[in-house]
Design a protein around this ligand. Structure first.
Ligand SMILES: C[S@@+](CC[C@H](N)C(=O)[O-])C[C@H]1O[C@@H](n2cnc3c(N)ncnc32)[C@H](O)[C@@H]1O
Length: 337
């Protein structure tokens, strides 16, 4: 980018900037869905070989591989393609840094974004498939995407949220159970209950067993709109749950958390918060639209909105605690007196 004589960096046309992203994103999502990056792995491979490994026709395979080269995601030398260092780390299945499940989940969500205008016009979701547990692949992509994302944040969350001396954590809508796993590992004496829909609990059991934590983390299948949160909880965690629902329903879940907690127990909401204006940070603004197209009633919440809901159901001392970088999320914590 050139610098103006007065030293100011010229402003890039924001319309061009906004429109520049969807085609490159489609390239990565398509190549990920077709498993090109895993098919290449650590090797140097021709387009014909990738096509044969992925069961795709050679000509369009080459066109898509070339687009990945143009985006610097693959490297090309003569007729052979290699993964870039970043693709090797994030796009090849089997590594702990694999982001492909998350990209597959973005791909599922992306269909609805094409109808964003309809969601705004009708104030209704247009994503029919979001969180539909009967659509096996979509649901599994979603839950494993949560696991990929949570594995990055969970060590910071476990350091920030001091659960010393606590015994029972209830992880409502706990998904794959990732946060419970890291918290129970970090705090001796702590046990957790991961509560979620039956189809999710099946995946959570696999993940918890993979981490060797099945003795310390129980699972309970249910519906947080219909079932209670049990009794005797020291801590109720609601991680990435409230953003999918209206303030009224959020208040309902906070009230269930309150009823289930012992005195001086804490409710902990973990979210990527939006500012009070609703215009920053960019990821929270975009996420709010993601919730509009896919859930209709959900939104990114600000810290003050969540603290207000907590106080309405009787919690005291609400506070916002940011997780340290590189995590970009926050905890909103309040105490049952
Ligand atoms: C965005 S994920 C968050 C998962 C996890 N708490 C995390 O932060 O990684 C939302 C979770 O809520 C669960 N869920 C959705 N509707 C539910 C319901 N009615 N009752 C219980 N869990 C539900 C989903 O299965 C999913 O695991």
């Amino acid at each position: 980018m050139t610098t103006e004589p007065d030293g100011q960096v010229p402003r890039r046309n924001p319309i061009n900037r906004a429109l520049g992203g969807w085609q490159p994103a489609a390239v990565v999502m398509a190549a990920n869905k077709l498993d090109f990056f895993t098919a290449i792995g650590e090797e140097a491979v021709t387009a014909e070989e990738v096509a044969s490994r992925c069961g795709t026709p050679p000509r369009p395979t080459r066109v898509l591989l070339n687009a990945c080269v143009a985006l610097d995601i693959l490297e090309k030398e003569g007729e052979v393609y290699r993964n870039s260092p970043e693709a090797l780390q994030a796009l090849v299945r089997g590594k702990s840094t694999f982001m492909g499940d998350g990209i597959a989940h973005q791909h599922d969500l992306w269909q609805a974004w094409g109808r964003l205008h309809e969601a705004v016009r009708n104030n209704r979701r247009v994503g029919e498939r979001y969180n539909l547990t009967e659509v096996g692949d979509v649901h599994r992509n979603f839950i494993l995407a949560m696991h990929d994302r949570a594995r990055l944040d969970a060590p910071f969350l476990a350091e920030t949220l001091d659960l010393t001396g606590r015994h029972q954590l209830f992880d409502a809508g706990g998904g794959p159970g990732t946060y419970s796993i890291y918290l129970v590992k970090r705090y001796p004496g702590l046990r957790a209950i991961v509560f979620d829909l039956p189809q999710t609990i099946e995946i959570a059991k696999e993940v918890i067993a993979e981490f060797g934590m099945s003795d310390l983390i129980a699972t309970r299948a249910g519906d947080y709109f219909k079932d209670d949160f049990g009794q005797g909880n020291d801590v109720v965690l609601l991680s990435a749950i409230l953003h999918s629902m209206s303030p009224e329903r959020s208040r309902g879940l906070l009230a269930k958390a309150y009823d289930s907690l012992v005195s001086v127990g804490d409710v902990v909401v973990h979210e990527g918060l939006i500012d009070d204006e609703g215009t920053s940070p960019m990821r929270a603004v975009m996420f709010s639209l993601n919730m509009l197209v896919n859930t209709g009633e959900g939104q990114s919440y600000s810290g003050s909105e969540i603290m207000g809901l907590m106080e309405e159901v009787g919690f005291t001392n609400p506070r916002v605690v940011r997780l340290p970088e590189p995590a970009r999320t926050s905890l909103v914590i309040a105490t049952k007196p």
